[in-house]
Design a protein around this ligand. Structure first.
Ligand SMILES: *Cc1c(COP(=O)(O)O)cnc(C)c1O
Length: 361
């Protein structure tokens, strides 16, 4: 097969994992390493562990199963609040889960009894991002007391929050401070400290790096900063030293190179995805097509051409369209182009069966 291929540098991932662990460790914050973006591929999970990450996390049960089958013994955390129908698998595979519904907590307790196991739960607070979690602090407190007092095999490990994922709400000292205060009120009522107060994901690393993460947050769930490590520098204006962006590289083969107009010719309707793209008329330009498409990488504009002068114009399901007019060296059919990437394309590429995975490091 050969191309398209995704090169995965395990040494970069290992070093990023170690850097994130060290940064968090200084602030007394434990890290769950989130491997879902890389399809929970075993070599990637092992690179996290080699970097010193002690707990792995994923949103999908089939990924947790893959990790266990692959021999991973580290504690595992399920990130997506579980389906009622997967609580047996949850108890079998995971040590921790994020939770937001009492009916599920009760089902987890039953599954624990049937299997003779214990399970730790992190109850989620919705701090405004409007994804999972109890929106009212009182209701979260009540749920926590319910777990503590009524469930035998389900252990209240802590509370947590997720920000920036749906509602794009930024983690701040204010909203995470609210999480800490909820944790303190629970601790006062149950007479012990919570093991986990989980203050979010990669976006919360900005607060940690700037020294404004509220004291009391003692856990983060980190994927992007270890895998692609581009969000903090690009979106949050907070590049972190020691994080490398070269973990994932797409290799795609050029199948056509031709001079063409830069504006489509004819009456424009919608593209293959029902969208109306806008085209800039830059006259006749040298263009290339690489044999990889949106089916493989999802978002073309989150790929980063590594060859000088290559510009991404767009993509259809199976074709990546490039402007190569400004390439210092002429491209020819058969050339292989490299692309770095943000998290989105990595997620798709790792999961695409048509993309060969090549590990190095
Ligand atoms: C995916 C996910 C994370 C990891 O987010 P990153 O931005 O990759 O660090 C953390 N928490 C939950 C609940 C998630 O689903």
């Amino acid at each position: 097969m050969g191309h398209p291929a995704l090169e995965i540098d395990l040494e970069v991932i290992r070093r990023n994992a170690a850097a994130v662990k060290a940064l968090c460790g200084q602030a007394g914050v434990a890290v769950a390493g989130v491997v879902k973006g890389a399809e929970a591929m075993l070599p990637v999970a092992e690179a996290f562990l080699k970097g010193g990450i002690e707990c792995l996390a994923d949103s999908r049960m089939d990924h947790l199963e893959k990790l266990r089958r692959g021999g991973v013994r580290a504690p595992l955390m399920l990130l997506r609040v579980p389906m009622l129908s997967e609580t047996e698998d949850l108890v079998r595979l995971a040590d921790y889960s994020l939770q937001s519904e009492r009916a599920v907590l009760e089902a987890v307790e039953k599954a624990c009894r049937r299997q003779g196991r214990r399970h730790g739960v992190v109850l989620m607070a919705d701090l405004g991002d409007l994804r999972e979690g109890w929106f009212e602090a009182d209701e979260l407190l009540e749920a926590a007391l319910y777990v503590e007092r009524n469930l035998e095999r389900v252990r209240l490990a802590g509370i947590g929050a997720n920000l920036g994922c749906y509602g794009s709400v930024a983690p701040t000292a204010e909203n995470l401070g609210r999480l800490v205060r909820i944790a303190e009120s629970i601790e006062a009522r149950i007479g012990r400290r919570l093991e986990i107060v989980s203050g979010g994901s990669t976006s919360s690393l900005k607060l940690l790096a700037e020294g404004t993460l509220p004291r009391g947050i003692n856990h983060l769930r980190i994927g992007e900063a270890i895998l692609t490590a581009r969000d903090l520098g690009t979106y949050f204006d907070c590049p972190i030293k020691g994080l490398a962006q070269e973990g994932f590289t797409l290799k795609a083969e050029v199948v056509e190179v031709k001079k063409k107009p830069s504006h489509p010719v004819g009456t424009l309707m919608v593209d293959a995805f029902g969208e109306k793209p806008v085209f800039e008329d830059r006259g006749i330009r040298m263009r290339a097509i690489a044999a990889v498409g949106r089916k493989d990488f999802g978002q073309a504009d989150k790929l980063i051409p590594l060859r000088a002068g290559v510009q991404i114009l767009g993509a259809s399901s199976d074709h990546l369209i490039l402007d190569v007019e400004d390439c210092p060296e002429d491209l020819t059919v058969g050339d292989v182009l490299s692309f770095g990437m943000f998290y989105g394309p990595m997620l798709f590429l790792c999961a695409s069966d048509s993309v060969e995975k090549r590990f190095k490091g």
